[in-house]
Design a protein around this ligand. Sequence first.
Ligand SMILES: Cc1cc2nc3c(=O)[nH]c(=O)nc-3n(C[C@H](O)[C@H](O)[C@H](O)COP(=O)(O)O)c2cc1C
Length: 230
Amino acid sequence: MKLTKILVLCSISLAWGLLFHAPTFSSNDIKLPKPALKGKISVETGMLNKKSVRHFATEPLTIEQISQLLWAANGALPVDAISGATLKTLPSAGGIYPLEIFLLTGGGTVKGLPAGVYNYNSTGNSLVPISGEDARMALAQAALSQLWLAGAPAVVVIAAAFGKMTAKYGNRGIQYVYMESGASNQNLYLQAESLGLRIGTVGAFNEAQVSTAMKIPSGITPLLIVAVGR
Ligand SMILES: Cc1cc2nc3c(=O)[nH]c(=O)nc-3n(C[C@H](O)[C@H](O)[C@H](O)COP(=O)(O)O)c2cc1C
């Protein structure tokens, strides 16, 4: 291959990486416990009992519960031995997986985890710290003052890098991203039921204010806020 061709290919892949891959926020990843692959209730019971709530007990969650919830929302599956494909807990158009999951906690609301905003790293099943602030009240205010959100021990934000999907599918990719966020939300509901936890979804919020409250980078759009507790 000619040198110029190699240089062009290198620049394209570099530009791709810069444009469409979520930035690495920090190298201080917090490793999460391995998610369990068996639950205590059937999927059918989960669907039957699922319910949105807007009030939570102050009792903290455990890191095992957080790991299980985040894995359900966007976790990686073991690499397929035949195809070598890396798949996730939800379907994704073209296997692109544009979703980014964030976690907001307060001081002591998750045992052993400091207050802060974290990005879920599905590959390593770990948390990448973004900020050490309890951003739940700022988030609640950005959600048209649905202040009950600030009382949830854990708030999960389902966000997406739309550019990853539209790069392949153009405008049609936009609806694919919304579909995938719904799949992620439903996984969270079923997982919460299985863990005996309570959950509520918020779609009414100001995107720019949510991004500012969480300090998430441009190029990643918040789609749904999901509060979890007991
Ligand atoms: C996309 C979406 C956006 C929602 N936004 C809000 C919201 O902003 N505030 C809220 O209290 N509930 C919100 N909900 C929860 C719905 O009100 C709730 O799912 C509905 O009343 C049905 O109740 P159930 O989930 O208990 O079955 C939202 C649900 C979805 C799917």
